[in-house]
Design a protein around this ligand. Structure first.
Ligand code: 5GP
Length: 131
């Protein structure tokens, strides 16, 4: 059975997409730690990020860097933090989270539930800053 992220990439489940290239896809986390919290995933479904081929892993990280720079422009913050957890969805992904302090990356914190209009606006702003 395809992962929820494969179904998002296939367009079967809606998402707030921010970018894609040949091998990778980026969209907003549905329950963000901060506005602009983005997930970057390889289109090929692999559970564990360190099981990706060298080529796919490198491609994912370079794509994540491109997306992170756009998130930073769209969502002013001190840094874009990255995290790889993968305990919930078995499809490798990198979290990109705008932060101003260490505590902003605490995944135990209550997640945000932003209105659809705000999610759409943030996604569009990030997408417009992709270089
Ligand atoms: P992890 O696997 O890294 O522990 O967490 C998975 C992340 O994916 C969570 O932050 C969760 O909010 C996000 N997530 C889970 N299901 C969906 C979904 O259907 N759509 C989106 N956009 N994000 C999801």
């Amino acid at each position: 059975m395809p992962s929820i992220f494969s179904r998002i990439i296939a367009g079967e489940i809606p998402c707030y997409k921010v970018a894609e290239d040949e091998k990778n896809f980026a969209f907003l986390d549905i329950n963000p730690l901060a506005p602009g919290h983005t997930l970057v995933v390889p289109k090929t479904e692999t559970d564990y990020i360190f099981d990706l081929s060298e080529e796919d892993y490198t491609s994912l990280q370079l794509f994540a860097r491109r997306v992170a720079k756009a998130v930073e422009k769209a969502c002013p913050c001190k840094r874009i933090a990255t995290a790889v957890i993968g305990l919930e969805v078995p499809h490798a992904h990198i979290h990109l989270v705008p932060i101003n302090s260490e505590g902003d990356l605490d995944f135990k914190r209550a997640k945000l539930q932003l209105p659809a209009e705000e999610m759409s606006a943030v996604a569009a702003k990030i997408a417009s800053n992709i270089e």
